[in-house]
Design a binder for this molecule. Sequence first.
Ligand code: GLV
Ligand code: MN
Ligand code: MN
Length: 416
Amino acid sequence: MTATDLRIDRNRLIRRLDELGAIGAIEGTIGCARLALTDEDRAGRDLVATWMADLGLEISIDGIGNAVATMPGFDPSLAPVMTGSHIDTVATGGRYDGNLGVLAGLEVIETVIAAGVALDRPLAVGWFTDEEGARFPPDMLGSLVYVGGMPLEAALEIEDRDGLSVGDELERIGYRGAAPTPGRVPHAFVELHIEQGPVLEDEGITIGVVEGVQGISWTEVTLTGQSCHAGTTPMRLRHDPGVVAADVNLFVRGLTTEFGGSQVATVGALTLHPNLVNVVPSTAVMTVDLRNTDDGVLQQAETRFRSHLAQAADAEGVGIETRVLARFEPVDFDARVIDVVEAAATDAGLTTRRMPSGAGHDAQMFARVCPTAMIFTPSVNGISHNVTEYTEPDDLEAGANVLLDVMLRLAETDFA
Ligand code: GLV
Ligand code: MN
Ligand code: MN
């Protein structure tokens, strides 16, 4: 059997996706909730670590709780071809986002070991802590630390909304490891992920050849006004932070119409205090997520948003505090790895399309240190970050087989 005849075991991959998806399962749905560093995240990690150990892989866990499992028996000077993704989810998550990339990586390695393929260098699969950033911003925190984009000490101090820190929560769940960060630079990195959008399904295409990731800007805004009686306080005397939040939400939506192109804007979290029917709120805390493939346009969107915020808050007599939760520039993947992904998919007789990623991914961090690209599979109805997230078994299998072929080809590619 030649390496290119190899195929992953579709049933084993799906079984593992189901088993991992059962941890933190949201009753009555196929979705799950495993926010980073919760008990559910720990249980998911324990399960995947068991599978890694069962394969005899060398597992290293670093100070931010990333785990990298590498095929043993190679000269230590040979950097691995690495794949991986994340196993944390948003609180209303699906079972494919991130999980597919980790479990397909495991599946590739199991397939290669079972077939006894001789490799020039080892393969490795990792999970990276807190990719979602939903509990501890920024997103891609673990991979950011892995590549040296944030000092470990700074990452450990990040707190969630209840004041619990990354460091304390890592200790609590037993995943503050000893491996150093920045971590070992891979020979190359490739990540399989569901598209999380509608383009592939809409065009009837099986494999997205991902050329890059759009820029991401997350801001948390705290607006402080005057809480008072909803019935007695004349409108002209109010300082209502809820009204400013609503105004800003509509403004950023309007920006997307004005800018067009890939500009997107989302107010995904909005909390009013005290959040009662007959009380003008005292505070509004909101998040603004702006993204664009063009950093210049993204910067314009940020400037316009901030100046409108200042103006709207001033008009209502409301105070503002802002905090940048995440800011990542757009990333271009490596042309050589992109070509390898496209060639592997095309040689397998699969339809392909080059495309940018709208979502953030661990691969965008690895692109800072080694040749990197991504493979997308379709998402049914384009839905993700939602419990109905689903990808057809045929597409999961096709994506994992492309990952297998790409990793084998990358092992033979000299990037010097
Ligand atoms: C991370 O998944 C993001 O794109 O928000
Ligand atoms: Mn993801
Ligand atoms: Mn996600």
